[in-house]
Ligand binder design. Structure first.
Ligand code: ADP
Ligand code: MG
Length: 143
């Protein structure tokens, strides 16, 4: 399996609940290497740009309001099969449907406020990582 990168975001609900450490620990214990990370706050424009693929969906306004409601923590993760394995770790979009023990099942309140983002393909991971980080922000993998 190939080493991949994926983009995680600890969403504003994760930051507000003081779960940055708890969620990051679970990600690291699952074998993901953090290669870039920052605390930032999205605006309506940057949140809307990030989720542009959803702009026709009925929840788009709510999603943009939520994602710009406070600080968030974008993180670049590296691991073999990172994209799919991270989606497994976080669980389904709706925490009520997420598997036992997944990050969303454990910590999320609703389908909208669901604690974390994860890229859904290697192609989208590249685009999403570039939305937040320059290549020079990413720490080289020291074997
Ligand atoms: P995922 O984050 O699991 O990839 P999607 O890409 O389908 O899920 O949706 C992006 C984000 O939009 C979700 O993580 C969630 O915050 C929000 N969202 C998705 N579906 C709904 C919904 N039905 N109602 C409110 N918010 C939603
Ligand atoms: Mg998605």
């Amino acid at each position: 399996m190939a080493v991949e990168r994926t983009l995680a975001i600890l969403k504003p609900d994760c930051v507000r609940k003081n779960l940055i450490g708890e969620v990051t620990r679970r990600i690291q214990e699952a074998g993901f290497k953090i290669v870039a990370m920052k605390l930032t706050r999205l605006t309506q424009d940057t949140a809307g740009g990030f989720y542009a693929v959803h702009r026709e969906r009925p929840f788009f306004g709510e999603l943009v309001d939520f994602m710009s409601s406070g600080a968030c923590v974008p993180i670049v993760l590296e691991k073999e099969n990172a994209v799919a394995d991270y989606r497994t770790l976080i669980g389904a979009t709706n925490p009520a449907q997420a598997a036992e023990g997944t990050i969303r099942r454990l910590f999320a309140d609703s389908v909208g406020e669901n604690i974390v983002h994860g890229s859904d393909s290697t192609e989208n991971a590249k685009i999403e990582i570039a939305y937040f980080f320059a290549e020079s922000d990413i720490v080289a993998n020291i074997a």
